[in-house]
Write a new protein. Structure first.
Length: 145
């Protein structure tokens, strides 16, 4: 190996040893969204019961409000703890729970279609599914080994 090849190999080794983390923006968004919805449902315990739209009737037919709040809360906690501790399995579990809860919300909104909510939650469910394979490549921590 000549001098230039050694320099090039050293440079390649240095680049390969430095891992640049890409922040999981959608996962952070869904986590924040889940936290806010859970807070809203816990803060206003009669919101679903007293709202005149049929959407909430559909939601109540599936499960009571506290169960909706718990689903959002559990989902965000798995993702949050997984992000903070850099545990990818917890993040995947949180994203799968998000797919379930957003899918249920899409279903409820779709029963009163057309509605913006059905599209919003369908997109969130879709992007939650798309985010699952990228968990291993993203982190909120800068990794330098």
């Amino acid at each position: 190996m000549n001098e230039k090849e050694r320099e090039l190999k050293k440079l390649v080794d240095e680049v390969e040893s430095t891992h640049v983390s890409v922040p999981p923006l959608f996962e952070l968004f869904t986590t924040l969204f889940s936290i806010l919805v859970a807070i809203m449902l816990f803060a206003y315990p009669d919101m679903i019961y007293n709202y005149p739209a049929r959407l909430y009737d559909h939601m109540m037919n599936l499960m009571p409000q506290y169960m909706w709040a718990m689903l959002f809360f559990i989902s965000c906690m798995f993702k949050s703890i997984g992000l903070l501790t850099d545990k990818n399995m917890l993040r995947v579990i949180g994203l799968v729970l998000s797919v379930v809860v957003y899918g249920l919300m899409t279903f409820c909104y779709a029963l009163d279609f057309p509605s913006i909510g059905s599209i919003t939650f369908a997109c969130m469910a879709l992007f939650s599914v798309i985010s699952i394979p990228f968990v291993k490549y993203t982190s909120i921590k800068h990794k330098k080994e």
